[in-house]
Design a protein around this ligand. Structure first.
Ligand code: NAP
Ligand code: F7E
Length: 321
């Protein structure tokens, strides 16, 4: 039985990856930092099948202990301060968690079990003010937020440990991926949850920032398969994971309101406070390498993804009512 340790197991991707690895027969361990109130919502349904280990990406000793306790074949580093907007007011913390945290986990592996296969959750945000369209593995980075700068650090330290120590380390450069388990602050979920609330008469308006930003949005369940595939190859490499399609926030809003039969113009309020100090205007990924070498492809369309998220939010809100 293969063993995997996932950092960030309580997050969106951690929960889907844990489910996926369990379906592959893995023994799954999840690193979880201490929180004052429980946040097991995404993994409640599989808690009896996984083992939770207490630890924090900022605490090297806890990472070393987590690796000793789980003795994994594979480590997936998904933990991060992942909300771009908060990386300006919390630039230093983001640098520690999202950037330096990667060095911590790599050091823990190097010092305890250097033959572990390692996956780093890198991000399309590293392309930022894009220098090429579409973006691929060879496109230079131009990060536009403290989050993106920290992810560039995490990406290069992952490459560096591969080149310096011959470790099996991969960086997956994933474009935005969403699901009903997405945090409520990210724009897709903010819109699907807001639309569901408006439809049910629980909210009157939806305040958003930049409607012109474009993203290459996919489904999280599809993307965790790519993470696993990267660690099953003969040689460690870096891959772009994307759909190859881009949509604006405005299109997202139109699709969502249309689905519940409402006119979005009546409910959207543009709020200057939600604009970012430096925006990423357009992201569009080229997943050709992943398709050719990993045999990976996205399965769910953007429109179906948004509709599924609205259905799920409607159900959750009705259950609460
Ligand atoms: P998420 O839902 O925000 O989950 C982040 C996870 O990291 C949570 O489990 C969180 O724990 C944990 N965490 C944060 N700081 C930690 C620390 N200091 N020590 C231990 N755990 C910590 O993020 P996601 O959407 O699943 O994304 C997973 C990873 O992929 C992140 O690294 C993100 O930056 C990256 N990424 C995401 C996307 C995307 O579109 N989703 C695209 C590219 C890259 P709590 O529950 O306690 O907060
Ligand atoms: O913003 C615009 C906003 O916060 C998307 C993270 O998972 O993907 C995610 O980062 C776009 C931006 O995601 C609102 O300005 C407009 O242009 O959903 P988001 P993100 O910043 O792209 C990458 C790949 C990651 O790695 C990150 O971890 O939508 N936007 N109005 C808004 N965004 C938010 N959040 N809220 C608004 O009201």
């Amino acid at each position: 039985m293969k063993k995997a340790l996932i950092t960030g197991i309580t997050g969106q991707d951690g929960s889907y990856l844990a489910e996926f690895l369990l379906s592959k027969g893995y023994q799954v361990y999840g690193l979880k930092r201490r929180t004052a109130t429980p946040n097991f919502e995404n993994i409640q349904h599989i808690l009896d099948k996984i083992e939770i280990i207490s630890g924090d990406l900022l605490d090297l000793s806890s990472l070393i202990e987590a690796i000793r306790a789980s003795d994994p074949d594979e480590v997936y580093n998904l933990a991060a301060q992942s909300f771009v907007a908060d990386s300006w007011p919390q630039a230093i913390y983001t640098g520690y968690a999202t950037g330096l945290g990667v060095t911590n986990i790599l050091e823990a592996i190097r010092l305890t079990k250097p033959d572990i296969r390692f996956y780093q959750a890198s991000s399309s945000e590293m392309f930022g003010k894009v220098l090429e369209i579409p973006q691929k593995e060879t496109t230079p980075f131009y990060p536009r937020s403290p989050y993106a700068v920290s992810k560039v650090c995490g990406h290069w330290i992952t490459v560096n440990y591969r080149e310096s120590y011959g470790m099996y380390t991969c960086s997956g450069i994933l474009f935005n991926h969403e699901s009903p388990r997405r945090g409520l602050e990210f724009v897709t979920r903010k819109v699907t949850n807001g639309v569901a609330k408006i439809k049910l008469g629980l909210q009157k308006e939806l305040r958003l920032g930049n409607l012109d930003a474009k993203r290459d949005w996919g489904y999280a369940g599809d993307y965790v398969k790519a993470m696993w595939l990267m660690l099953q190859q003969e040689n460690p490499e870096d891959y772009v994971i994307a759909t190859g399609e881009t949509h604006s926030v405005r299109e997202l809003v139109e699709i969502a309101f249309d689905y519940v039969g409402l006119d979005w113009n009546k409910y959207i309020v543009q709020d200057p406070n939600l604009m970012r100090p430096a925006e990423v205007d357009l992201l569009l990924g080229d997943p050709k390498k992943a398709m050719d070498k990993l045999g990976w492809k996205p399965e769910i369309t953007f429109e179906n993804l948004i509709k599924t998220m609205i259905d799920s939010d409607m159900q959750k809100l009705k259950a609460k009512k």
